[in-house]
Design a protein around this ligand. Sequence first.
Ligand code: SF4
Ligand code: SF4
Length: 336
Amino acid sequence: MQVSEILKAWNKILKGERPSLSIEITRECPLRCPGCYAYEDSHLGGGVTLRELNDRKGQELVDGVMEVVDRLKPLHLSIVGGDPLVRYRELQIMVPLLLARGVHVQIVTSAFRALPPAWAALPRLNVVVSIDGLRPEHDLRRKPATYERIMQNIAGQRITIHCTITGQMMKRPGYLHEFLTFWTPRPEIHKIWFSLFTPQIGHDLPEILTGEERSQVIVELLQLRKKFPKLDMPEGLIRQIASPPHNPQDCVFALTTQTISADLKTKITPCQFGGNPDCRSCGCIASMGLAAVAAHKLGGFLPVGAIFKASVKLGQLRSKQPPEQPQQTPALRVLP
Ligand code: SF4
Ligand code: SF4
């Protein structure tokens, strides 16, 4: 991120606004992945579920997304679903409009269908393809977006792979190494990110990593990042996996990102997982990345996180105050 972008983000925080926005543009997804948080009953707070929400299509969806973006003016927009490629015609219209407004756009998809060829050359667009494990496990979890389909559908593109590490993967030694060995030589792959499976509080699933498995992930990623330069995870971010935020109020990512569901109204809280996520077991790369920035000490002693928290508080106080009235008479006249 450039200094000018950091200053813009900080300015928004000081105004009580969030610099990042995430929109679930559709309730539909052709996949049925086990452990998918988007379709959990509690995702939208326990009333209506994502599948029951009224979503939009066609020009109505394009106009709706542009209205939200023009109103909230995010610096970064993550387009998720369901699977956003369900609305690929709308995306082909929407993406250039968003980029023309200077917004950084990220599309998170399973790549169950071919990505539009024009996307390969668009600046400030990052397409993130979810690939959850090696071929046998991935194909079982994520069909019809199988390895074979993904490799066809990303041909000629420049994508980021995102893989969610599960407890099952860590029970097999060398799994992450094998994953990187398969994907990194491919020319379409620009970067690879790993997150750890993040459960809801009280869940007991085989995907959840034990404490030892989390520690093992850290050890392996610290070694693998040296061997595979496409593994785009700095050391500080990887080490942050050992100390995730205690709750959403401690999570820089949750405090700086607003998430909206498919009716373009319903807010998803406290973060993109919705429901009641177990922050102490969180392994979301975005949360870890921003936590690593917050842990950085300016001048070797002043933690960025302390400045950030003070800025958020100030922004929240300012946004609660009534808007300033234009001054009729200057309080202090310096010039005659
Ligand atoms: S592709 Fe994503 S939204 Fe669709 S079922 Fe899988 S995890 Fe859920
Ligand atoms: S991203 Fe992780 S740490 Fe942040 S609020 Fe969500 S579950 Fe908690």
